[in-house]
Design a protein around this ligand. Structure first.
Ligand code: F6P
Length: 411
């Protein structure tokens, strides 16, 4: 447990602050940190309604200033209360565009014993700003029912109001990360501690170029047929047929994918059928079942009933003797996540049940504890496409349908 870190966003509207805030929250939650985003825009809409037009944001509008200050402080109060109640990492998502406001926010957080790290997003590329306005702002509840062109005009005027009073972060303001032009340049100042360091590294890899990530388990293996876990068995006859189906899908639907596998035979053999170069990752190997490797679940229940019961009681935290837990798997997958974030080409990742569950939980922003129960059947390719604030999913069950635990065809 950390003592409590507050990341405080800084930047003009439409600079991707909420995108960054949510991405960091997803990553840190996945790593097991209690993390929450406090979005001041949402507080403003809740308190004052969503129909505020641009003059409300004019810094010379005293009543507007006061109302905005009030909602900003309400969000900060809630974040402080949440952190006092055990919340580990709070992300304060507001413009915080003046030194005066940032000083106030920082003093209150530091008085409560929290470490403060500002994250400023600076972007002057008109194309990126316009896309951001069109894709997120003009469709926000602030402009519900309004014509898109009119909404965009109003939003541009709102940005101008903030720009007229904007002050960039200075070295005297403590720890910060400045992200300039969506990561082309980054300025790191006074960063200290493990979590803040991970966030810097994470942000260095994030980009906003659209692309899809395809994940699948290997084709059925001889061990799957026997119901044995772990091991390094070759593909079964059906597994070979799935590899051919996957090769067809890759040809038809994925433009020149980078193919990643584990170092185990069943993923490598599946990839070989695709006929593209593949990169084996040790970090993608299946959960290590330790002393249970090569056994069936029934054999474990019979010969090690205590181990079996302990896993059933807490499958996420349970570590096989001399093996791993799901929690361990998540930790070792970090380099894969960074590389997935960094990569701009489509990736086809051929992995194993536990590993695919952990990666899926990250992509789909599911709580890590949910990992062990996420359904990831054999012979199903999953297409994941990151969107502005989430991820779209399409599943492609491919022939031959896999056998279920009782030996029946699943479909
Ligand atoms: O059964 C296939 C397999 O990949 C095993 O090698 C692995 O131990 C298991 O799935 C992980 O799934 P679970 O956590 O549900 O046992």
């Amino acid at each position: 447990m950390t003592a409590g870190i507050a990341f405080v966003m800084v930047g003009l509207p439409a600079r991707g602050k909420s995108f960054i805030a949510r991405k960091i929250a997803r990553y840190l939650s996945w790593l097991g940190h209690e993390t929450r985003v406090f979005n001041v825009g949402a507080y403003r809409r809740d308190t004052l309604g969503s129909q505020q037009r641009h003059p409300f944001f004019d810094p010379t509008n005293e009543a507007g200033n006061e109302a905005r200050r009030e909602v900003a402080m309400r969000a900060l109060d809630d974040m402080l209360a949440w952190m006092s109640g055990g919340g580990e990492i709070g992300i304060y998502d507001a413009t915080d565009s003046t030194r005066e406001r940032r000083t106030l926010v920082r003093q209150r957080l530091e008085a409560a014993g929290r470490q403060v790290v500002f994250i400023e997003s600076i972007c002057d590329d008109p194309a990126i700003i316009e896309t951001n306005i069109r894709e997120t702002k003009a469709r926000s509840p602030d402009y519900a029912g309004m014509d898109e062109a009119e909404a965009m005009l109003d939003f541009r005027a709102r940005i101008q109001h903030y720009a007229s009073a904007y002050e960039t972060l200075e070295d005297t303001e403590g720890s910060f990360i400045k992200i300039i032009d969506v990561g082309k340049t980054m300025v790191i100042h006074g960063i200290d501690g493990y979590v803040a360091g991970r966030v810097v590294f994470f942000l260095m890899n994030v980009h906003i170029q659209p692309r899809s990530i395809w994940i699948t388990r290997h084709g059925e293996s001889e061990f799957n047929v026997e119901g044995r876990i772990g091991g390094d068995a070759p593909l079964s006859k059906d597994g070979v047929a799935y590899a051919a189906s996957l090769a067809r899908l890759a040809r038809e639907k994925i433009r020149k994918p980078l193919v990643w596998t584990s170092t185990l035979r069943r993923t490598v053999e599946t990839a070989e059928r695709i006929g593209l170069a593949h990169r084996p990752w040790k970090a993608l190997d299946e959960i290590d079942a330790g002393v249970c490797d090569g056994m069936t679940y029934e054999e474990i229940a019979r010969s090690m009933p205590q181990e079996y019961a302990a896993r059933a009681a807490d499958k996420f935290r349970y570590r096989y003797p001399r093996g791993e837990s799901y929690q361990d798997v998540i930790q070792r997958l970090q380099p894969v996540i960074f590389e997935l974030e960094r990569e701009r080409e489509p990736v086809l990742l051929i992995g194993h049940q536990a590993v695919i569950r952990a990666l899926y939980a990250y992509m789909m922003d599911q709580p890590p504890e949910a990992c062990p129960k996420i359904p990831v059947p054999l012979h199903t390719a999953i297409k994941l496409t990151p969107t502005a604030y989430g991820c779209d999913e399409v599943r492609f069950p491919l022939p031959p349908a896999p056998l279920d635990a009782e030996g029946f065809r699943e479909r």
